[in-house]
Design a protein around this ligand. Structure first.
Ligand SMILES: *Cc1c(COP(=O)(O)O)cnc(C)c1O
Length: 380
């Protein structure tokens, strides 16, 4: 097949911007005109609109997703030495903030089909020092929250949801209720990094909670630990979402469900093309969540991943590895408790996954070119 006219990217933010350019440019100009750059009305409006969308009592914006995780862990009052359980197969930010606060990251393996944290493994990892669980809604679908909340309740643990990759996803309870990702645990944390499903044009993040007291505490910590100006009740941080980013996010929030639809359309196209190929394992859908496809991640079976990526690269098709090294084998997180072979699923995934271009602007022509190129490689 012929190459497509437009350069294929993992994420095409420019084409997406062009569709909302008029609105975005006006909104940014409006912030410039008012010079209310910090804590302006755009931030308050965005916060209220996101609360409404997520059906959660409190959204507290902050500077980025990593800060959101850190502030959440500070807000629940964890002490150095407390253990926090999270997935070995995730972006480093999750474990980073645990370690930065002097807490002890306790890693557990994930499930091969859905990439979700393994709830049985969580239960086995609980000790008398365990204080919190941080499930990661990886690649755009929820972890098994109902089972995780049950374990948390039984052992009196906090649950901090890392929903940086799954904003807008629905979690389905067994009784038929549904709730948005990040609104089920004690606190939900998200990122508005440009390439995330709800991305701004710089850095941004937010925390969600239904607990009034916790919300006040989170607000205080994010603002230098002050509840009244120049009165500092606790040690805090400086973490704010700026008004220009909030103005952009307000516009993109209105399109978030349509963005998820466009991503699902591309995912279905990939699923159909690769469904019968024994060398390509398509991503499984969890029964308890819908998928907003932050990433579309294949598992390669009997294929040399480097050769696969080189072949695609020559056809100007990017493909990325999220994530190439399990946390327990990262130099910064090496720990006498862990060794190679301890988390076999994560280790297998790190060696076999590859994520394909996934964004809101993939048309059929591009998808045909990508899928036929991949099948051409598999049939060689
Ligand atoms: C992006 C991401 C973060 C961090 O968000 P930033 O805004 O980049 O700090 C945390 N966790 C996961 C799973 C992420 O994908």
């Amino acid at each position: 097949m012929e190459k497509t006219a437009k350069k294929i990217q993992m994420v095409d933010l420019k084409s997406q911007y062009e569709k909302i350019k008029l609105e975005v440019d006006m909104a940014i100009q409006n912030v410039l005109n008012t010079t209310a750059f910090i804590n302006g009305p755009e931030v308050k409006s965005f916060q209220a609109e996101l609360e409404e969308y997520l059906k959660v009592k409190h959204v507290i914006p902050c500077a980025n997703g990593t800060d959101a995780l850190q502030i959440a862990m500070m807000a629940i009052g964890l002490k150095p030495g407390d253990e926090v359980i999270t997935a070995d197969f995730t972006y480093v930010a999750t474990a980073e903030v645990i370690a930065l606060l002097g807490l002890k990251p306790v890693l557990v393996d994930v499930l091969e089909n859905t990439f979700d944290i393994d709830v049985t493994a969580i239960e086995k990892a609980i000790t008398s020092k365990t204080k919190a669980i941080v499930p990661v809604h990886l690649f755009g679908q929820c972890a098994n929250m109902e089972a995780i909340m049950e374990v948390a309740k039984k052992h009196n643990l906090f649950v901090i949801e890392d929903t940086a990759q799954a904003i807008g996803a629905d979690y389905f309870f067994e009784d038929g209720r549904k709730q948005k990702a990040g609104t089920i645990g004690t606190i939900g944390c998200t990122s508005f990094f440009p390439s995330k499903n709800l991305g701004c044009y710089g850095d941004g993040g937010a925390m969600f909670t239904n607990d009034d007291e916790l919300a006040a505490k989170i607000r205080m910590i994010a603002n230098h630990g002050q509840s009244v100006q120049y009165v500092h009740d606790s040690i805090g941080v400086n973490s704010r979402l700026d008004s220009i980013q909030a103005a952009v996010l307000r516009i993109k929030l209105r399109d978030l469900d349509n963005y998820a639809k466009a991503r699902n359309r591309a995912a279905t196209f990939y699923d159909i093309a690769f469904g019968n190929n024994s060398k390509l394992k398509t991503p499984a859908r969890a029964i308890y969540s819908n998928h907003v496809f932050h990433q579309y991640t294949l598992q390669l079976n009997g294929i040399d991943r480097n050769a696969f990526r080189d072949f695609l690269s020559k056809k100007d098709i990017p493909a990325m590895i999220y994530y190439p090294i399990p946390l327990h084998l990262q130099k910064a997180y090496l720990d006498a408790r862990y060794t190679a072979g301890d988390f076999p699923i994560t280790e297998k995934l790190c060696a076999s996954v590859v994520s394909l271009p996934m964004h809101t602007e993939l048309d059929d022509e591009t998808l045909k070119y990508i899928t036929s190129s991949i099948l051409e490689f598999c049939n060689k």
